[in-house]
Ligand binder design. Structure first.
Ligand SMILES: [Zn+2]
Length: 273
């Protein structure tokens, strides 16, 4: 059964897909539609695209970051501009040129979906003109990846946070995360959110500002705990056991290794004995 597109604000629709519990968002204006994120396979995206086309003509695509569950439907939009941060495009180029087999569910379907690299990249900000409405794309800094972007529809009071925030799982700290910068990147994103803003996370249900504050708090605790442990000379290999963390250890393995690597030299101390 096709995943329904739910209108969460004026001409902003979200399809919350069961597979990866990942969201596709469609934003409509007088000149056409923008599709934000394209799911984990061509086949999965094709299922939703039929419903999207009933809303209008797609004129542009956005990838919030480079992870496969957000980009592997890109090939269905051949010839259209695909907007993303320049780091996202660089990561997808590397993936296209050296692609490991997918390790997980429906691997054949994932591997059969071509990697299509975004065509229209930017470093900090971009506006997509939809006629009666402007869609703002902003790179608030590094966090979940090096190239996360936030998408804002000011007149609809909607902000899409990509995987800077997740509703249905803890935030994903992968091998490419920036745990020490993530909190301040989220602060920039939060400055765009009011108490009436509808916030769309990369995964799970739509949320509000209080939810984002809460998760930003926990992401901040992870960074501060890493800074504190490293400052006291606790080696990275002991950090998970020594610290008090907001999420289970399995979620935080890469956060700790990456966090230690990303700390400035001065804030790390060798154990004295
Ligand atoms: Zn991701």
């Amino acid at each position: 059964m096709a995943t329904p597109l739910v209108e969460i604000s004026d001409r902003v629709w979200v399809a919350r897909h069961e597979w990866f519990d990942v969201n596709v968002t469609v934003i409509g204006g007088t000149t056409g539609l923008v599709v934000v994120d394209t799911l984990a396979s061509t086949r999965e995206m094709r299922g939703t695209l039929d419903a999207v086309r009933r809303l209008g003509e797609v004129i542009a695509v956005v990838n919030t970051h480079d992870h496969v569950d957000h980009v592997l439907g890109n090939s269905l939009f051949d010839g259209l501009p695909i907007h993303a941060h320049e780091e996202t495009a660089a990561a997808l180029e590397r993936l296209r040129d050296d692609r490991p087999g997918h390790d997980g569910d429906r691997a054949e379907e994932v591997d059969a979906s071509p990697v299509v690299v975004p065509t229209d990249t930017f470093s900090s900000a971009r506006v997509i003109d939809l006629g009666d409405r402007q869609v703002e794309l902003l790179h608030p800094g590094r966090g979940h990846t090096a190239g996360d972007i936030v998408v804002r529809v000011p007149d609809a009071d909607v902000v899409l946070l990509g995987d800077l925030v997740e509703e249905s799982a803890p935030p994903a700290y992968g091998a490419d995360c920036w745990p020490m910068e993530w909190p301040t990147s989220l602060d920039l994103a939060i400055s765009l959110i009011t108490d009436t803003t509808v916030v769309v996370p990369g995964h799970g249900a739509v949320v509000d500002r209080d939810f984002v504050y809460q998760q930003r708090g926990d992401i901040g605790i992870v960074a501060e705990t890493i800074r504190d442990l490293a400052g006291r000379g606790v080696p990275a290999a002991r950090a998970l056991d020594e610290g008090e963390w907001p999420w289970p250890h399995a979620v935080l393995e890469h956060a700790v290794t990456r966090g230690y690597e990303q700390l400035p030299r001065a804030s790390k101390r060798l154990p004295l004995i």
